[in-house]
Design a protein around this ligand. Structure first.
Ligand code: ATP
Length: 315
């Protein structure tokens, strides 16, 4: 549904040339929900703007819903919905009128527009707010109107650029429920950008981590965490020297640390390795006082890849 090869975009600025996207290869299948995760300035929005025909690439090629973004931009536009950062809703127009205007802009008939507007108002739980102006809505409601605006023409692919930025945690969770429900009922392909780790982790089937204009990892959140970060085992033992020695012998053990009675080690499949580790300690006569396995986060993945924390970078 979305394909890109060697997509690049640079900007000339007073300070010199900024290489915002330095070679993007991308394949998103129909019905997939894929997230671009990365710190500010990684090139996420620039990539999405190229895929949505808003910005011509400096180099490379891309097609969306079967049409080339450069040669066939209008055909792409008809088949996609795009909800940008800080998009549309928020003005003096009434919510339902806003949707009808969008329908007209998409050259839909009045009857089709009205039907679709009412359908989306129901789907996105905006019922009762039809006559409210954009500016009177809450942040979460505005974002849902933005999404409804992007969906008026029943696109095959929906691009969401940081859909939940600026929302409180409750509104974010609520927005996500709506997005997931929409996807379930329509089977739409959804491509989004985010710098919220938990959002990418729990919602996306596939996460592409972007940094400095390049995709540095591309897989399911589970596989990224298992392969690139690993589980962190910590153990308190009455003989931490023996514990550290045994930790080093665990399969694919790395990042072994010792601090007083506490020994830490990163392994794959921590839950299976921990009992093995405890048995080995037992056989050597070392007593385990406490044990813990911490599952990695996508931040651990980013840290492992770049040496920086995405959480700190985002903050
Ligand atoms: N029109 C422009 N002119 C000059 N530089 C630009 C322009 N648009 C983007 N950039 C630069 O390109 C780089 C990538 O920006 P982009 O907005 O794609 O990042 P992002 O990952 O979406 O970040 P954010 O999470 O902050 O939205 C940044 O260094 C940015 O300053």
């Amino acid at each position: 549904m979305i394909h890109a090869r060697g997509l690049k975009r640079s900007f000339k600025t007073k300070e010199g040339v900024v290489e915002a996207v330095r070679g993007l290869d991308l394949d998103v299948a129909e019905g997939e929900l894929v997230a671009f995760l990365g710190p500010n300035g990684a090139g996420k929005s620039t990539s999405v703007r190229m895929l949505t025909t808003l910005l011509p690439p400096t180099e490379g090629a891309a097609s969306v819903a079967g049409h080339d973004v450069l040669r066939d931009a209008n055909a792409v536009r008809r088949r996609i919905g795009y909800v940008g950062q800080g998009a549309g809703a928020g003005g003096y127009n009434k919510l339902r009128d806003e949707l009808l205007t969008q329908g007209a802009a998409q050259r839909m008939s009045k009857a089709d527009s009205a039907r679709r507007a009412d359908e989306l108002i129901g789907m996105l739980e905006l019922t009762g707010l039809e006559k409210r102006t954009g500016m009177s809505l809450s942040g979460g409601q505005k974002r849902r109107v933005d999404i409804a605006l992007g969906l008026m023409h029943s696109p095959k692919v929906l691009f969401l650029d940081e859909p939940s930025t600026g929302l409180d945690p409750h509104s974010r969770a609520n927005l996500w429920e709506h997005i997931l429900r929409l996807r379930k009922s329509t089977g739409m392909t959804i491509f989004l950008t985010t710098h919220y780790l938990d959002e990418a982790d729990s919602m996306a089937e596939r996460v592409m981590i972007m940094d400095n204009g390049l995709v540095i990892a591309n897989d399911t959140p589970e596989r990224l965490k298992a392969n690139l970060a690993g589980d962190r085992i910590t153990i308190d033992a009455d003989n931490s020297l023996v514990a550290a020695e045994l930790a080093a012998n665990l399969p694919e053990a790395r990042e072994i640390s010792r601090d007083g009675a506490r020994v830490g080690v990163t392994v794959k499949g921590g839950e299976a390795v921990l009992p093995e580790f405890i048995r080995a300690l037992d056989q050597r006569g070392a007593r385990v006082l406490a044990a813990n396995v911490r599952r990695p986060t996508l931040d651990d993945v980013f840290l492992g890849l770049t040496g920086r924390s995405l959480r700190e970078t985002a903050a």
